[in-house]
Design a protein around this ligand. Structure first.
Ligand SMILES: Cc1ncc(COP(=O)(O)O)c(C=O)c1O
Length: 424
Protein backbone atom coordinates (compact mmCIF):
# COMPACT_ATOMS: atom_id res chain seq x y z
CA UNK A 1 0.00 0.00 0.00
CA UNK A 2 1.25 3.48 -0.83
CA UNK A 3 1.05 6.52 1.45
CA UNK A 4 -1.59 7.94 -0.91
CA UNK A 5 -3.74 4.82 -0.51
CA UNK A 6 -3.17 4.82 3.25
CA UNK A 7 -4.17 8.47 3.42
CA UNK A 8 -7.40 7.74 1.58
CA UNK A 9 -8.51 5.61 4.53
CA UNK A 10 -8.98 8.83 6.56
CA UNK A 11 -12.02 10.82 5.39
CA UNK A 12 -11.17 13.98 7.35
CA UNK A 13 -7.93 14.48 5.42
CA UNK A 14 -9.82 15.74 2.36
CA UNK A 15 -11.41 18.64 4.19
CA UNK A 16 -10.60 22.29 3.65
CA UNK A 17 -9.73 24.78 6.37
CA UNK A 18 -10.22 28.47 5.49
CA UNK A 19 -10.46 27.37 1.87
CA UNK A 20 -7.07 25.59 2.01
CA UNK A 21 -6.32 21.86 2.05
CA UNK A 22 -6.01 20.72 5.65
CA UNK A 23 -2.45 19.86 6.67
CA UNK A 24 -2.87 18.05 9.97
CA UNK A 25 0.40 18.19 11.93
CA UNK A 26 -1.07 17.81 15.42
CA UNK A 27 -1.01 14.04 15.59
CA UNK A 28 0.73 13.85 18.97
CA UNK A 29 -2.38 15.48 20.45
CA UNK A 30 -4.79 13.15 18.66
CA UNK A 31 -4.56 11.15 15.47
CA UNK A 32 -7.26 11.08 12.83
CA UNK A 33 -9.52 8.05 12.46
CA UNK A 34 -9.81 5.78 9.46
CA UNK A 35 -13.20 4.95 7.93
CA UNK A 36 -13.02 1.41 9.43
CA UNK A 37 -12.90 2.88 12.96
CA UNK A 38 -15.74 5.32 12.26
CA UNK A 39 -17.83 2.52 10.73
CA UNK A 40 -17.24 0.20 13.67
CA UNK A 41 -18.36 2.83 16.15
CA UNK A 42 -21.47 3.59 14.12
CA UNK A 43 -22.40 -0.05 13.45
CA UNK A 44 -22.05 -0.98 17.09
CA UNK A 45 -24.10 2.04 18.14
CA UNK A 46 -26.77 1.43 15.50
CA UNK A 47 -27.08 -2.32 15.71
CA UNK A 48 -25.73 -3.67 19.00
CA UNK A 49 -26.10 -0.89 21.53
CA UNK A 50 -26.65 -2.51 24.93
CA UNK A 51 -24.82 -2.58 28.22
CA UNK A 52 -21.91 -5.01 28.34
CA UNK A 53 -21.73 -8.08 30.63
CA UNK A 54 -25.05 -7.31 32.29
CA UNK A 55 -27.84 -8.95 30.32
CA UNK A 56 -28.58 -12.28 28.67
CA UNK A 57 -30.13 -10.73 25.55
CA UNK A 58 -28.61 -10.79 22.07
CA UNK A 59 -27.64 -7.12 21.86
CA UNK A 60 -25.77 -7.26 25.16
CA UNK A 61 -23.95 -10.40 24.03
CA UNK A 62 -22.88 -8.71 20.78
CA UNK A 63 -21.65 -5.57 22.56
CA UNK A 64 -19.80 -7.71 25.12
CA UNK A 65 -18.21 -9.80 22.35
CA UNK A 66 -17.00 -6.64 20.60
CA UNK A 67 -15.55 -5.36 23.89
CA UNK A 68 -13.71 -8.60 24.55
CA UNK A 69 -12.45 -8.78 20.96
CA UNK A 70 -10.98 -5.32 21.58
CA UNK A 71 -9.24 -6.69 24.66
CA UNK A 72 -7.70 -9.49 22.64
CA UNK A 73 -6.65 -6.96 19.98
CA UNK A 74 -4.97 -4.80 22.64
CA UNK A 75 -3.28 -7.86 24.18
CA UNK A 76 -1.89 -8.90 20.82
CA UNK A 77 -0.87 -5.34 19.89
CA UNK A 78 1.42 -5.01 22.92
CA UNK A 79 2.12 -8.76 23.18
CA UNK A 80 0.88 -9.07 26.77
CA UNK A 81 0.95 -12.60 28.15
CA UNK A 82 -2.76 -12.66 28.99
CA UNK A 83 -6.01 -10.72 28.59
CA UNK A 84 -6.22 -10.37 32.37
CA UNK A 85 -3.32 -7.94 32.12
CA UNK A 86 -5.25 -5.56 29.82
CA UNK A 87 -7.39 -3.02 31.71
CA UNK A 88 -9.58 -0.66 29.72
CA UNK A 89 -9.60 2.98 30.84
CA UNK A 90 -10.75 6.31 29.45
CA UNK A 91 -7.20 7.17 28.35
CA UNK A 92 -3.54 7.22 29.27
CA UNK A 93 -4.12 9.73 32.08
CA UNK A 94 -6.75 7.50 33.67
CA UNK A 95 -4.46 4.48 33.30
CA UNK A 96 -1.59 6.24 35.09
CA UNK A 97 -3.92 7.51 37.82
CA UNK A 98 -5.18 3.96 38.35
CA UNK A 99 -1.63 2.87 39.15
CA UNK A 100 -0.90 5.96 41.23
CA UNK A 101 -3.92 5.33 43.43
CA UNK A 102 -4.04 1.57 43.50
CA UNK A 103 -0.35 0.60 43.45
CA UNK A 104 0.23 3.66 45.63
CA UNK A 105 -2.24 2.48 48.25
CA UNK A 106 -0.78 -1.01 48.30
CA UNK A 107 2.94 -0.25 48.16
CA UNK A 108 3.92 3.39 48.71
CA UNK A 109 4.34 4.46 52.33
CA UNK A 110 5.88 7.35 54.24
CA UNK A 111 9.62 7.59 53.58
CA UNK A 112 9.43 5.73 50.25
CA UNK A 113 10.67 7.16 46.96
CA UNK A 114 9.00 7.45 43.56
CA UNK A 115 11.21 8.47 40.63
CA UNK A 116 9.81 10.29 37.58
CA UNK A 117 11.49 11.72 34.51
CA UNK A 118 11.99 15.44 34.04
CA UNK A 119 10.61 15.12 30.52
CA UNK A 120 7.15 13.95 31.48
CA UNK A 121 3.72 15.03 30.31
CA UNK A 122 1.75 16.37 33.30
CA UNK A 123 -0.28 13.14 33.20
CA UNK A 124 2.82 11.22 34.26
CA UNK A 125 3.98 13.77 36.80
CA UNK A 126 1.05 15.23 38.73
CA UNK A 127 -0.44 11.83 39.76
CA UNK A 128 2.95 10.97 41.35
CA UNK A 129 3.19 14.36 43.06
CA UNK A 130 -0.26 13.80 44.58
CA UNK A 131 0.55 10.22 45.56
CA UNK A 132 3.73 11.34 47.33
CA UNK A 133 1.77 14.05 49.18
CA UNK A 134 -0.87 11.52 50.26
CA UNK A 135 1.62 8.88 51.31
CA UNK A 136 4.35 11.09 52.78
CA UNK A 137 6.74 9.73 50.17
CA UNK A 138 9.41 11.64 48.25
CA UNK A 139 9.37 12.37 44.54
CA UNK A 140 12.81 12.29 42.91
CA UNK A 141 13.55 13.43 39.40
CA UNK A 142 15.52 11.70 36.68
CA UNK A 143 16.92 14.75 34.85
CA UNK A 144 17.33 15.31 31.13
CA UNK A 145 20.32 17.06 29.58
CA UNK A 146 20.20 19.74 26.89
CA UNK A 147 19.89 17.12 24.17
CA UNK A 148 16.77 15.86 25.96
CA UNK A 149 18.51 12.62 27.01
CA UNK A 150 18.17 10.98 30.42
CA UNK A 151 21.11 11.14 32.81
CA UNK A 152 21.15 7.47 33.75
CA UNK A 153 24.05 8.01 36.17
CA UNK A 154 21.58 9.99 38.30
CA UNK A 155 19.10 7.12 38.08
CA UNK A 156 21.79 4.71 39.30
CA UNK A 157 22.60 7.03 42.20
CA UNK A 158 18.93 7.46 43.16
CA UNK A 159 18.34 3.73 43.00
CA UNK A 160 21.43 3.04 45.10
CA UNK A 161 20.47 5.68 47.67
CA UNK A 162 16.99 4.26 47.80
CA UNK A 163 18.30 0.78 48.45
CA UNK A 164 20.96 0.99 51.15
CA UNK A 165 22.36 -2.42 51.96
CA UNK A 166 20.37 -4.13 54.72
CA UNK A 167 17.69 -1.40 54.74
CA UNK A 168 14.17 -1.85 53.40
CA UNK A 169 14.01 -1.14 49.68
CA UNK A 170 12.63 2.38 49.33
CA UNK A 171 12.32 3.19 45.60
CA UNK A 172 8.82 1.88 45.04
CA UNK A 173 8.31 2.86 41.42
CA UNK A 174 10.02 4.54 38.47
CA UNK A 175 7.61 6.27 36.05
CA UNK A 176 8.92 7.51 32.69
CA UNK A 177 7.75 8.27 29.20
CA UNK A 178 8.61 6.02 26.27
CA UNK A 179 8.62 8.98 23.83
CA UNK A 180 8.30 12.57 25.06
CA UNK A 181 5.39 14.45 23.53
CA UNK A 182 7.67 17.51 23.29
CA UNK A 183 11.06 16.16 22.26
CA UNK A 184 9.83 13.19 20.26
CA UNK A 185 12.86 11.04 21.11
CA UNK A 186 12.53 7.33 21.82
CA UNK A 187 13.89 6.94 25.35
CA UNK A 188 16.08 3.96 26.29
CA UNK A 189 13.34 2.42 28.42
CA UNK A 190 14.79 -1.11 28.21
CA UNK A 191 18.04 0.08 29.80
CA UNK A 192 16.16 2.02 32.48
CA UNK A 193 13.98 -1.01 33.25
CA UNK A 194 17.04 -3.26 33.54
CA UNK A 195 18.72 -0.84 35.97
CA UNK A 196 15.54 -0.31 37.99
CA UNK A 197 14.76 -4.01 38.25
CA UNK A 198 18.33 -4.72 39.37
CA UNK A 199 17.56 -2.42 42.32
CA UNK A 200 14.16 -4.05 42.89
CA UNK A 201 12.07 -1.12 41.57
CA UNK A 202 9.17 -1.71 39.17
CA UNK A 203 8.70 0.60 36.18
CA UNK A 204 5.65 2.28 34.66
CA UNK A 205 6.07 3.42 31.05
CA UNK A 206 3.85 6.20 29.74
CA UNK A 207 3.29 4.93 26.24
CA UNK A 208 0.93 7.65 24.96
CA UNK A 209 3.40 8.47 22.18
CA UNK A 210 5.43 5.25 22.24
CA UNK A 211 2.50 3.08 21.19
CA UNK A 212 2.09 5.16 18.03
CA UNK A 213 5.67 5.05 16.77
CA UNK A 214 7.19 1.89 18.23
CA UNK A 215 6.43 -1.82 18.03
CA UNK A 216 5.67 -2.35 21.70
CA UNK A 217 6.29 -5.78 23.19
CA UNK A 218 5.66 -5.45 26.91
CA UNK A 219 7.14 -8.88 27.63
CA UNK A 220 10.39 -8.13 25.81
CA UNK A 221 10.50 -4.64 27.32
CA UNK A 222 9.80 -6.19 30.73
CA UNK A 223 7.97 -3.08 31.98
CA UNK A 224 5.64 -3.57 34.93
CA UNK A 225 2.99 -1.18 33.60
CA UNK A 226 2.46 0.34 30.15
CA UNK A 227 -0.22 3.02 29.71
CA UNK A 228 -1.60 4.49 26.50
CA UNK A 229 -4.59 6.24 24.92
CA UNK A 230 -6.62 4.91 22.01
CA UNK A 231 -7.27 8.28 20.39
CA UNK A 232 -3.59 8.86 19.53
CA UNK A 233 -3.37 5.53 17.73
CA UNK A 234 -6.37 5.83 15.37
CA UNK A 235 -9.09 4.57 17.78
CA UNK A 236 -12.17 6.42 19.01
CA UNK A 237 -11.66 8.94 21.75
CA UNK A 238 -12.26 8.34 25.47
CA UNK A 239 -10.35 5.05 25.33
CA UNK A 240 -7.17 3.81 26.89
CA UNK A 241 -5.28 0.78 28.07
CA UNK A 242 -3.38 -0.05 31.19
CA UNK A 243 -1.16 -3.07 30.76
CA UNK A 244 0.04 -4.38 34.11
CA UNK A 245 1.95 -7.49 35.07
CA UNK A 246 -0.46 -9.89 36.73
CA UNK A 247 1.82 -10.23 39.76
CA UNK A 248 1.23 -6.51 40.52
CA UNK A 249 -2.41 -6.20 39.45
CA UNK A 250 -3.36 -9.13 41.68
CA UNK A 251 -1.87 -7.41 44.72
CA UNK A 252 -3.42 -4.01 44.00
CA UNK A 253 -6.80 -2.94 45.42
CA UNK A 254 -9.43 -1.57 43.01
CA UNK A 255 -9.16 2.14 42.27
CA UNK A 256 -12.79 2.99 41.39
CA UNK A 257 -15.62 0.75 42.55
CA UNK A 258 -19.16 -0.16 41.58
CA UNK A 259 -20.86 -1.99 38.72
CA UNK A 260 -19.60 -5.39 37.62
CA UNK A 261 -16.19 -5.19 39.27
CA UNK A 262 -17.39 -7.20 42.27
CA UNK A 263 -17.67 -10.82 43.31
CA UNK A 264 -20.22 -10.91 46.13
CA UNK A 265 -21.77 -7.83 47.72
CA UNK A 266 -23.58 -7.62 51.05
CA UNK A 267 -24.68 -4.43 52.77
CA UNK A 268 -21.50 -4.51 54.82
CA UNK A 269 -18.88 -5.81 52.42
CA UNK A 270 -17.86 -6.53 48.85
CA UNK A 271 -15.27 -8.81 47.43
CA UNK A 272 -13.98 -8.23 43.97
CA UNK A 273 -14.11 -9.80 40.55
CA UNK A 274 -10.94 -11.24 39.05
CA UNK A 275 -8.71 -9.46 36.56
CA UNK A 276 -9.27 -7.39 34.50
CA UNK A 277 -12.80 -6.58 35.75
CA UNK A 278 -11.59 -5.61 39.23
CA UNK A 279 -10.24 -2.41 37.67
CA UNK A 280 -13.17 -1.64 35.36
CA UNK A 281 -15.87 -0.04 37.52
CA UNK A 282 -19.09 1.17 35.91
CA UNK A 283 -20.11 0.84 32.29
CA UNK A 284 -17.13 0.75 29.98
CA UNK A 285 -16.95 2.99 26.91
CA UNK A 286 -17.85 -0.03 24.83
CA UNK A 287 -18.72 1.50 21.44
CA UNK A 288 -15.40 3.36 21.38
CA UNK A 289 -13.25 0.59 22.84
CA UNK A 290 -14.74 -1.72 20.20
CA UNK A 291 -12.81 0.24 17.55
CA UNK A 292 -9.45 -1.12 18.81
CA UNK A 293 -9.13 -4.02 16.34
CA UNK A 294 -9.59 -1.68 13.36
CA UNK A 295 -7.35 0.99 14.92
CA UNK A 296 -4.49 -1.41 15.60
CA UNK A 297 -4.83 -2.92 12.13
CA UNK A 298 -4.36 0.60 10.78
CA UNK A 299 -1.28 1.12 12.96
CA UNK A 300 0.20 -2.14 11.66
CA UNK A 301 -0.54 -1.11 8.09
CA UNK A 302 1.37 2.13 8.69
CA UNK A 303 4.42 0.08 9.69
CA UNK A 304 4.59 -1.76 6.36
CA UNK A 305 7.86 -0.88 4.61
CA UNK A 306 6.44 1.20 1.73
CA UNK A 307 4.54 3.55 4.05
CA UNK A 308 7.11 3.51 6.84
CA UNK A 309 9.99 4.36 4.47
CA UNK A 310 8.05 7.21 2.88
CA UNK A 311 7.20 8.52 6.34
CA UNK A 312 10.86 8.41 7.36
CA UNK A 313 11.76 10.44 4.26
CA UNK A 314 9.13 13.06 5.09
CA UNK A 315 10.43 13.31 8.67
CA UNK A 316 14.08 13.51 7.53
CA UNK A 317 13.18 16.28 5.06
CA UNK A 318 11.35 18.23 7.75
CA UNK A 319 14.17 17.90 10.26
CA UNK A 320 16.76 19.07 7.69
CA UNK A 321 14.58 21.99 6.56
CA UNK A 322 14.01 23.15 10.16
CA UNK A 323 17.69 22.79 11.05
CA UNK A 324 18.66 24.79 7.98
CA UNK A 325 17.18 27.94 9.51
CA UNK A 326 19.70 29.78 11.65
CA UNK A 327 16.94 31.55 13.59
CA UNK A 328 15.16 28.38 14.63
CA UNK A 329 15.97 26.07 17.53
CA UNK A 330 14.73 22.50 17.29
CA UNK A 331 14.62 20.69 20.65
CA UNK A 332 15.83 17.15 21.28
CA UNK A 333 18.89 15.60 19.59
CA UNK A 334 18.71 12.27 17.78
CA UNK A 335 21.73 10.14 18.62
CA UNK A 336 22.53 6.45 18.74
CA UNK A 337 22.26 5.27 22.33
CA UNK A 338 24.62 2.59 23.52
CA UNK A 339 23.52 1.01 26.74
CA UNK A 340 25.38 -1.66 28.66
CA UNK A 341 23.28 -4.20 26.75
CA UNK A 342 24.24 -2.64 23.38
CA UNK A 343 22.38 -0.24 21.08
CA UNK A 344 18.61 -0.17 21.54
CA UNK A 345 17.52 2.29 18.88
CA UNK A 346 16.90 4.86 21.56
CA UNK A 347 17.08 8.62 20.98
CA UNK A 348 15.72 8.33 17.44
CA UNK A 349 13.27 11.13 16.65
CA UNK A 350 9.76 9.86 16.10
CA UNK A 351 7.90 12.37 13.95
CA UNK A 352 7.63 15.10 16.61
CA UNK A 353 9.33 18.48 15.99
CA UNK A 354 9.15 21.14 18.71
CA UNK A 355 10.90 24.41 18.06
CA UNK A 356 11.14 28.12 18.80
CA UNK A 357 11.99 30.95 16.42
CA UNK A 358 14.03 33.97 17.43
CA UNK A 359 11.89 37.06 17.90
CA UNK A 360 8.58 35.40 17.05
CA UNK A 361 6.01 34.18 19.57
CA UNK A 362 5.08 30.49 19.29
CA UNK A 363 1.36 31.15 19.48
CA UNK A 364 1.44 33.76 16.73
CA UNK A 365 3.19 31.27 14.45
CA UNK A 366 0.55 28.63 15.17
CA UNK A 367 -2.26 31.10 14.49
CA UNK A 368 -0.86 32.26 11.17
CA UNK A 369 -0.23 28.63 10.14
CA UNK A 370 -3.83 27.79 11.03
CA UNK A 371 -5.07 30.42 8.59
CA UNK A 372 -2.99 28.66 5.93
CA UNK A 373 -4.70 25.35 6.68
CA UNK A 374 -1.85 23.94 8.80
CA UNK A 375 -2.77 22.57 12.23
CA UNK A 376 0.11 22.55 14.76
CA UNK A 377 0.25 22.81 18.54
CA UNK A 378 1.85 25.67 20.45
CA UNK A 379 2.50 26.53 24.09
CA UNK A 380 3.48 24.29 26.98
CA UNK A 381 2.19 21.03 25.49
CA UNK A 382 1.03 19.83 28.95
CA UNK A 383 4.69 19.36 29.84
CA UNK A 384 5.68 22.63 31.47
CA UNK A 385 8.87 21.40 33.20
CA UNK A 386 10.32 20.25 29.86
CA UNK A 387 9.61 23.62 28.25
CA UNK A 388 11.10 25.44 31.26
CA UNK A 389 14.18 23.20 31.12
CA UNK A 390 15.03 24.84 27.80
CA UNK A 391 14.44 28.34 29.18
CA UNK A 392 11.53 29.26 26.90
CA UNK A 393 7.88 30.12 27.53
CA UNK A 394 6.47 27.82 24.88
CA UNK A 395 7.23 26.05 21.62
CA UNK A 396 5.61 25.29 18.29
CA UNK A 397 5.12 21.56 17.74
CA UNK A 398 4.59 19.87 14.38
CA UNK A 399 3.79 16.21 14.97
CA UNK A 400 3.38 13.92 11.99
CA UNK A 401 1.69 10.64 11.17
CA UNK A 402 2.36 8.20 8.34
CA UNK A 403 -0.55 9.67 6.32
CA UNK A 404 1.33 12.98 6.05
CA UNK A 405 3.04 13.47 2.70
CA UNK A 406 6.19 15.13 1.36
CA UNK A 407 3.98 17.75 -0.38
CA UNK A 408 2.49 18.64 3.00
CA UNK A 409 5.92 18.90 4.61
CA UNK A 410 7.13 21.18 1.80
CA UNK A 411 3.97 23.30 2.07
CA UNK A 412 4.48 23.51 5.84
CA UNK A 413 8.04 24.82 5.40
CA UNK A 414 6.84 27.41 2.88
CA UNK A 415 4.03 28.50 5.21
CA UNK A 416 6.45 28.70 8.12
CA UNK A 417 8.75 31.01 6.09
CA UNK A 418 5.78 33.21 5.21
CA UNK A 419 4.51 33.28 8.80
CA UNK A 420 7.94 34.29 10.14
CA UNK A 421 8.32 37.05 7.53
CA UNK A 422 4.85 38.31 8.34
CA UNK A 423 5.44 38.34 12.08
CA UNK A 424 8.88 39.97 12.11
C1 LIG B 1 3.42 11.49 26.70
C2 LIG B 1 1.97 11.67 27.04
N1 LIG B 1 1.50 11.15 28.19
C3 LIG B 1 0.22 11.26 28.55
C4 LIG B 1 -0.68 11.91 27.76
C5 LIG B 1 -2.10 12.02 28.19
O1 LIG B 1 -2.97 11.37 27.28
P1 LIG B 1 -4.55 11.53 27.44
O2 LIG B 1 -4.84 12.99 27.49
O3 LIG B 1 -5.07 10.87 26.19
O4 LIG B 1 -4.94 10.82 28.68
C6 LIG B 1 -0.25 12.50 26.56
C7 LIG B 1 -1.17 13.26 25.70
O5 LIG B 1 -0.77 14.14 24.96
C8 LIG B 1 1.11 12.35 26.19
O6 LIG B 1 1.57 12.87 25.04
Amino acid sequence: MTTKEFRELFPILTRKVYGKDLVYFDNAATSQRPRSVLDKFLTLSQESNANIYRAVHKLSAEATDAYEQAREAARAFVNAGSREEIIFTSGCTAAINTVAFSFGQAFVKAGDIVIVGEGEHHSNLVPWQLLCERAGATLKILPIDDKGHWDLSVLKRLLAEGCPVAAAQRVKLVAVTHISNVLGLVNPVEELIRLSHAAGAPVLVDGAQGIVHERVDVQAMDCDFYAFSGHKVYAATGTGVLYGKKQWLEQMPPFLSGGEMVGTVTLEHADFAGLPHKFEAGTGNFASIATFPEAFETALLAREPEIANAYEEVCAYLEDALRARGDLRLYGESETFRGEAGPTGAYRRAGVFSFTIDGVHHEDVAQVLDKMGVAVRSGLMCAEPVIRHFGVSGMVRASLAPYNTMEEAEYFIKCLDKAINLLR
